[in-house]
Design a protein around this ligand. Structure first.
Ligand code: AHG
Ligand code: MN
Ligand code: MN
Length: 339
């Protein structure tokens, strides 16, 4: 049986772009190499390697940095940084962008990443991942401007994620469908296993941290109560599935349908998840798979971020369910603002 490797697939896709130079294929190849290195480390974690646990540092998000967070960030930054395909890298773990200097032969792309998603699950052998976005430099000349780093979600050239789980999967889109590859560890090669993924238009699972119920806004509480009410005609009550690793909760939603939510709440008016490193790349992917992603008020892909680490509320999944959710969220309460 003919098995398509990730690099072959990317090359075939790039050839469909008139004037393609092969630079995008090179970049994707480097992303793949970095993900294989991180996958190896994740799978060795706990066997003698001192890669579990905390570094003792706090990152720009105010979160404790795990050794694997730092390892993944350094691995992707180093490999992508020397790939001669990007002029800048932004990372959830780095307060400031990495600008590639002229003597390192910068390329035309900008790479944005959550190097290790699901850090709270690292030490308990639950799925964790990497999420990435690729944009093109917009402004003329060599200098990387804020405008290059703060682009509208729909300006992404490509987006993808890696799940270091029971198997290592690499899922990406370059705007021509969403395709999934599974790592064959005996060969160290990613092979096409999920061609042209489409999210079911309906589903019956909802994914949210119900531990935050007390601080949710009224409209959010009403939405969850609606999903839990019994009504066979509309597939209710929904079933709750929550892993606590965004890429894993999203991957299940992508394959089975449903909705993932990380809403704003009384303490976090913009929610928890980051626009550039989590919401925008997954929105680009779900959109190409026939789904939708919104803040509750605005499509994620229509948003222009105002700063690199901007957080946004995220509702992502099957289009019909997102439409229904938006109806429930249409009259946002002040949600503790007046408190
Ligand atoms: P990260 O590990 O990159 O900081 O991301 C963690 C995120 C995301 O993976 C997950 O959906 C969410 O945090 C879980 O948050 P709670 O623990 O508050 O539910
Ligand atoms: Mn994350
Ligand atoms: Mn992270």
């Amino acid at each position: 049986m003919q098995r398509t490797t990730l690099v072959q697939h990317v090359r075939q896709q790039e050839k469909m772009n008139p004037g393609a130079t092969g630079e995008f294929t090179s970049l994707m190849n480097e992303i793949m190499v970095a993900s294989k290195i991180v996958s190896l480390e994740v799978n060795k974690a706990g066997i003698g390697e001192d890669i579990l646990g905390l570094t003792g540092k706090i990152n720009v998000q105010g979160e404790e940095v795990q050794k694997l967070d730092e390892f993944a960030d350094m691995t992707f930054t180093k490999i992508i940084g020397q790939s001669e395909t990007v002029c800048a890298i932004t990372s959830e773990e780095l307060e400031y962008p990495v600008i590639i200097p002229p003597d390192r032969n910068p390329g035309k792309y900008i790479f944005m990443m959550d190097p290790l998603d699901g850090s709270s699950n690292i030490d308990v052998n639950v799925g964790i991942g990497t999420i990435f976005s690729v944009y093109k430099k917009k402004t003329p000349g060599d200098k990387v401007e804020d405008e290059d780093l703060l682009q509208k979600g729909d300006q992404q050239v490509a987006a993808g994620y890696v799940i270091y789980g029971s198997s290592t999967m690499f899922v990406y889109t370059s705007g021509r469908g969403v395709h999934g590859f599974t790592l064959d560890p005996s060969l160290g090669e990613f092979f096409l296993s999920h061609p042209d993924i489409k999210i079911p238009s309906q589903g019956s699972t909802y994914s949210i941290n119900e531990g935050n119920t007390e601080i949710w806004c009224e409209e959010q509480k009403n939405l969850i109560n609606y999903l839990k009410d019994k009504d066979e005609a509309t597939n209710r009550p929904y079933r709750l599935r929550y892993i606590g690793t965004l890429v894993s909760d999203f991957h299940r939603t992508l394959l089975k349908g449903g909705i993932f939510m990380y809403p704003r709440d009384k303490n976090n008016p913009n929610g928890k998840l980051r626009f550039a490193f989590e919401a925008a790349p997954l929105a680009f992917i779900v959109n190409d798979a026939g789904g939708r992603a919104t803040t509750g008020e605005q499509n994620i892909l229509d948003m222009v971020p105002t700063e690199i680490h901007q957080r946004v509320p995220l509702y992502i999944g099957s289009t019909e369910i997102i439409d229904m959710a938006e109806k429930h969220l249409a009259t946002p309460s002040d949600c503790g603002k007046s408190a």
